[in-house]
Design a protein. Structure first.
Length: 290
């Protein structure tokens, strides 16, 4: 039964990892951009939610988090359109450098405004509730995160495959120059995608803050975890991000149970290396045959 408990806990933790990595996967899949500010966007979403809860005099973190997500999406839009997109034509390194600079600015501002102390925990029942189902312990916040990850992935897949905006995004991701020639505003399209990514990241940040301790400098750790999920699942694959999260969660749970929690990260990155050796494009990316 302990094995089953560890497996279920790992899967549901993987759901949290998946929603945390989803924005990173979306941006890479559409813009071929590794957003090094993604981890700090997660943390910024949590801090914006805390700020709004203070302004409103209370409120449920997940509900208030939606307002924080909208706010973050609005702030990120001009950053992508007027700062990141103009340097994307210069190669892969310049936009990555810009996103790294943005992450440093976010970290610095969070420390100045909120200090370097961890964010106070929110006293909400579902953050600490555990259900016992036939002897299997289920942490409610992980289950909520997994459901939200599924909803976001299905919604994004529908948006990208079934709408006019989705067709514009796919055209721009295949050939941005050709998309511009047929009348697609590539700068606006990329900015909208980054805003969507920021919205998802903010919600994920709230879920992270409900599950773990969060401080202004914890974004780097979550960026590494999100990047691991995305690489294992397949760069740019939304369904792959979900399965990548499940794999990372299961590996973490197994490693913590069999070897020790202090070796959890070593085991996860070891599995990442093995998967890259076998499937360099990730487990769920289709490789074109010559």
């Amino acid at each position: 039964m302990e094995f089953v408990n560890n497996a279920v806990s790992g899967l549901l933790l993987g759901g949290l990892y998946a929603v945390a990595a989803l924005g990173l996967s979306l941006v890479f899949g559409t813009m071929k951009l590794v957003n090094l500010a993604h981890g700090q966007l997660l943390i910024l979403g949590a801090y914006l939610t805390a700020m709004l809860i203070g302004l409103f005099g209370g409120g449920d973190p997940l509900l208030v988090g939606v307002a924080a997500a909208v706010l973050l999406a609005v702030v990120v839009y001009p950053l992508q359109r007027y700062i990141i997109t103009p340097v994307m034509a210069q190669g892969e390194e310049p936009p990555m450098t810009v996103t790294f600079g943005i992450s440093v600015v976010i970290t610095t501002l969070l420390i100045i405004v909120f200090t370097s102390s961890p964010l106070p925990t929110w006293a909400v029942e579902y953050a600490t509730t555990q259900w016992d189902l036939f002897g299997i312990r289920i942490r409610l916040i992980y289950l909520i995160a997994t459901v939200i990850a599924l909803v976001f992935i299905l919604a994004l897949m529908w948006l990208l495959k079934r709408t006019a905006f989705g067709r514009q995004v796919r055209a721009a991701s295949i050939d941005a120059e050709a998309a511009g020639l047929v009348g697609i505003d590539v700068k606006k399209t990329y900015a909208r995608v980054m805003s969507m990514s920021a919205f998802v990241a903010a919600i994920a940040g709230v879920l992270i803050a409900l599950s773990f301790s969060v401080a202004p400098t914890t974004g780097t750790g979550w960026l590494l975890r999100a990047f691991t999920v995305v690489v294992i699942g397949g760069l740019g694959s939304l369904p792959g991000t979900l399965f990548g999260g499940f794999i990372v969660g299961l590996v973490e749970a197994a490693g913590a149970a069999w070897v020790g929690p202090q070796y959890r990260d070593v085991i996860v990155f070891g599995v990442l290396v093995v998967i890259l050796l076998v499937r360099p494009n990730g487990l769920f990316t289709k490789v074109a045959k010559a």
